[in-house]
Design a binder for this molecule. Sequence first.
Ligand SMILES: *[C@@H]1O[C@H](CO)[C@@H](O)[C@H](O)[C@H]1NC(C)=O
Ligand SMILES: *[C@@H]1O[C@H](CO)[C@@H](O)[C@H](O)[C@H]1NC(C)=O
Ligand SMILES: *[C@@H]1O[C@H](CO)[C@@H](O)[C@H](O)[C@H]1NC(C)=O
Ligand SMILES: *[C@@H]1O[C@H](CO)[C@@H](O)[C@H](O)[C@H]1NC(C)=O
Ligand SMILES: CC(=O)N[C@H]1CO[C@H](CO)[C@@H](O)[C@@H]1O
Length: 366
Amino acid sequence: MEYGILFMFFITVASFNYIPEIEINISDTPKLRWKKAVRTILNLYGYDNSFGPVFEFHNKNTFYILQPQDYITIAQAIRTHYPEYSLEIDGIVEEFNRNEITFEYLSVWAYFDEIAHISSDLNQSTGVLLSVADQIIHGRNMDQAPGQARNITLHLIIKQDGKYLGESVEQFWFKVGFSTLLKYNTASLQFNQRQGDPLTKDQLLIFIQSGVPSLGWTYRYVLQNDNLNTFNRVVTYLEQNQVACSLYNIIGGTSRNQGVIISRDPFDMYPTISLNTSILGQTYYQYLVQTNYDHWLTDPFNDQRRTIAENLLAQLQNNLWNEFGVFTVMDTFPIHNESTFYTIIMNAKYNRLIAFGQSSITQVEN
Ligand SMILES: *[C@@H]1O[C@H](CO)[C@@H](O)[C@H](O)[C@H]1NC(C)=O
Ligand SMILES: *[C@@H]1O[C@H](CO)[C@@H](O)[C@H](O)[C@H]1NC(C)=O
Ligand SMILES: *[C@@H]1O[C@H](CO)[C@@H](O)[C@H](O)[C@H]1NC(C)=O
Ligand SMILES: *[C@@H]1O[C@H](CO)[C@@H](O)[C@H](O)[C@H]1NC(C)=O
Ligand SMILES: CC(=O)N[C@H]1CO[C@H](CO)[C@@H](O)[C@@H]1O
């Protein structure tokens, strides 16, 4: 009997991976805040099965556009405009204790999303908002490369003065910022890359030198700013803040129909779409899906994730108008595919964030 139970347990855990949880204590001195995160990954997998290949991959595929002087320029800008984050990065450098991991090196990582927007074929994600009665269920898939970055992913619980501020799940958390966020009693947020004209490298450097925050720091600001304490305030802020690349903000709130997708660009404004103005005309449930292409365009032929997710949501039986239903959509190929690292289900009304480390899946012909 006991063997039977044990056997079941192994089958269950094989289908998704546990993501280690780490508490980030903002009350600690900045240098201390991320040390445990670094140590945890190194102890679990070792450098050569985690950071090592990730750094190597992105040096080649993302940061190849940078000259040695650019590292210094970005590092100086961060020291000038973000002294607190600079100290956090100093602490991470200290904990790595490797010649090649310098403040300058981690400075360019802080702007990873902005640099990748210029240099690489974008790695992509899916966001789903499902409105059911007075709840907004938010599904987030993260797709990334290389595979070893699965081993550096952490579920972060952020606290200050003993209080929960929120949670995040991140693979590149050494940016000391977040691309997914549940802010307690306020909102669930994710950003996705948006196909759009990239800046030139020189334009990006000018933005960075003038103090434009990275996308990750924008969410951190949302998390730590006490005035951004309602869904509407967060939405208004993220419609207007300065950004240094094209992106979408997908945001769920704490009550009925609070869900928006904001399309951004460094120079242009676009209309925000919202669950409350959704054309579905349903009384009890509404949904929005965002991948990496503008919602006023049809999906490209070779990437139908949004269309497929919308069709699944349109057919969702009412016993799945809940977190299980959203998980089922997020877990369906090709929404979950070979490059999906994890799926997150958030519900800001109940302050719930559930994270599943995902394995790669590809389509099986039969
Ligand atoms: C957070 O850090 C502060 C200052 O170091 C400490 O007093 C407090 O106990 C820490 N809180 C937790 C939950 O570890
Ligand atoms: C993660 O690390 C383990 C070693 O602990 C290694 O066997 C595995 O291949 C790594 N996973 C990936 C996706 O690289
Ligand atoms: C819909 O929601 C947006 C964002 O919260 C808000 O600005 C707008 O006034 C709402 N529209 C309606 C028709 O309720
Ligand atoms: C898998 O997702 C990626 C985005 O990460 C997308 O570019 C690709 O088209 C998807 N694959 C399939 C077969 O749809
Ligand atoms: C920069 C980067 O991470 N690019 C990767 C995006 O995803 C595709 C498919 O998984 C990879 O081939 C790219 O290298």
